[in-house]
Design a binder for this molecule. Sequence first.
Ligand SMILES: [Zn+2]
Length: 393
Amino acid sequence: MKYYKIAAKLLSPIMIQENRQSNNPKSLSYIPGSTLRGALAMHYLRSIGSSNDEVFNALFVSGSIKYPNLYPSNEQELIVSKILPLTAVSCKNVDGFQRDADEDKIGHGVNDSLVDKLTKRLDQNASVPTCKKCNQSLKAFSGFWSNSVKNPRKIETVLLFTRHTGIDRNTGTVAPNIFFTNQVIADLQKVPIKENKDDDKEYYTQQFNGCTYLSEEQHALLQNLSAKTIFLGRNRSRGLGEVELSIQATEETSFDLPRWNSSLREKCKKLTNLDIPEGIYFSIGLESHAILQDTFLRPIYDVNLDFLNILPVLRVTKTQIIKGWNNAWKLAKSDDVAIAMGSVFLFKYVGNDIPGLTGYLENLKRNGIGLRTEEGFGQISVCNPFHTEMEDI
Ligand SMILES: [Zn+2]
């Protein structure tokens, strides 16, 4: 298995509807793995083969390929952005990274509050950090970011509203009192880096990227499939949703448990002069929504690790209802309750088998957690440096 980046370049605006039915539909700001998988399956059935083929089975039915969520990026940088953890905080007054390359988005700085939450547990009197520039309180800072502690940037998609009037069936003219709006993701964005002189372009093409593991064979099958442009999302018959897909091998990010643990301890010591109790601390972050169930199929809101000597320390989570549409059945998928992307779990390990635990967590990171991992759910990060190294305030 190798690690690959799947990139979708927008050739037209796209609409990924948040809810199944709504008078005022809103678009998600990313492409879910289920939408990517559905669009590729439809492309296969329309232009290549049938649902009885072995190739179709290998790609879409067996569940062996995990189609990742594609998060916003642009053609200039081609980075794979990440969701900001729910522990990310910024100034209440002027939020944003201090070092953001986009002048319009520069704020008073972004910090991570995981260590603050931990120290609050150890010492009830620990002070609550505030903005160093204006002393205002800090509030949650959400969205996507460039996933680089050295060069942090907020990544946003431009959402537009398209407006339509109703047509009177008898006269063929505009019907009175019928007017509706749709929200779509724009295919172009204004270039944010103003010093970039070699290129006088004013707009760049919106791009979405995500990563997954593929075998040589799966890679070859997908490469054949995505040679052309495909259509995804809603309102395809109106020209929306055209994207060009590409797949490239990319480098995998790794983690180092003991190193992360000591950075966490250092940060805690620096902030409060307190020592965290014994144990190797590590974090698990949800990079996409995770659908977890117990043996009675009831939703659960905790990540249970099947490894000895692990104790939960704290968690910062949100829930999310997952709605979907199955194009093959022309039916709504049943709703699932998930833990929302960005949720963070902090654990501590009190055993001695660090290599064993590292292997276990690497496996978890590779395979994802919970249900519907083939649709991009349950992607995790381990020991996110954002919690220990992000100091932007
Ligand atoms: Zn401030």
